[in-house]
Design a protein. Structure first.
Length: 95
């Protein structure tokens, strides 16, 4: 998220992000319909990191999972899938 995305998020109470692949600000869910309504924005002590507390509609991750954080690291190099898929990304992101 960059400064403009944060400003749009504050103004609309809908999560906006900077997309490195699209090279533009995008509203979460603009193509999938899986939106994030922002309930609360937390700021850390140095004011260089934030956490959005959101009401998630659908899945947040383009892989179809409810959250992008669906894997747990088991040191040193193993990943364990702990999340659940809530949609089929092939049906959402055709073309």
């Amino acid at each position: 998220m960059n400064k403009e995305a944060l400003q749009r998020t504050i103004e609309t109470s809908m999560a906006h992000y900077w997309s490195t692949s699209r090279k533009k600000i995008w509203l979460k869910g603009e193509s999938s319909g899986h939106i994030q309504r922002v309930d609360e924005i937390l700021v850390d002590c140095d004011m260089d990191a934030i956490i959005l507390k959101v009401e998630q509609k659908g899945g947040a991750c383009h892989t179809g999972h409810y959250s992008c954080f669906y894997r747990r690291l088991i040191p040193p190099k193993k990943l364990e899938n702990i999340g659940r898929k809530v949609f089929n990304p092939e049906e959402i992101y055709r073309g």
